[in-house]
Write a protein that binds this ligand. Structure first.
Ligand code: S3P
Length: 173
């Protein structure tokens, strides 16, 4: 069984994936880490040198490989992964998808401190960040909302969220 974590940048996918891994002993796969390794460069460098279209192709390719080869694992996807090609269908066909939903102020607060790792927001001022996120989420919601489950994450610890996910219907064990 593959559990895939979907959510906007800063929604806590990586931290929650780690918690889930500790609780389930499943393998942990971070799609961005895998893409980085495959390409031998950081995500920001891939965007800078080869552009977003190249990154999205690599992301799709890596997603397909992971879903086809892994058995029991937690996959932390990139914020944009479900929103390109028919990735959300591919994700839903091969895994139990969980959307980690967070409010705009929560995301803006977290992302303000981590902009340099994220090429899509690196040049957005702190002041413009909430509006940027709001528009971006509006476009992406139609994909995120197709996840099999949605878990609200505001004001919850990664441990609490992980616990909630483990008790979702269909979760193994
Ligand atoms: C992206 C999110 C990033 C990374 C890339 C693009 C996006 O992952 O895949 O910078 O389109 O939202 P995180 O959600 O882990 O930051």
């Amino acid at each position: 069984m593959i559990i895939s974590l979907i959510g906007y940048m800063g929604s806590g996918k990586s931290r929650i994936a780690k918690c889930l891994q500790e609780q389930t002993k499943f393998n942990l796969i971070d799609l961005d880490v895998l893409i980085s390794k495959k390409n031998n460069s950081a995500i920001t460098e891939i965007f800078k040198q080869k552009g977003e279209i190249f990154f999205r192709r690599l992301e799709r390719e890596t997603l397909e490989e992971v879903l086809a080869t892994e058995e029991n694992c937690i996959v932390s996807l990139g914020g944009g992964t479900p929103c390109y090609y028919n990735n959300i269908e591919v994700i839903n066909n091969a895994s139990l998808s969980v959307y980690l939903r967070a409010r705009i102020p929560t995301l803006a607060e977290r992302l303000r401190l981590q902009k340099n790792k994220r090429p899509l927001i690196a040049n957005i001022s702190d002041e413009d960040l909430p509006e940027f996120i709001a528009k971006h989420l509006f476009e992406r919601n139609k994909f995120y909302s197709q996840a099999k489950f949605t878990v609200d994450t505001d004001e919850k610890t990664p441990e609490e969220i992980s616990e909630e996910i483990i008790h979702l219907p269909g979760f193994p064990g």
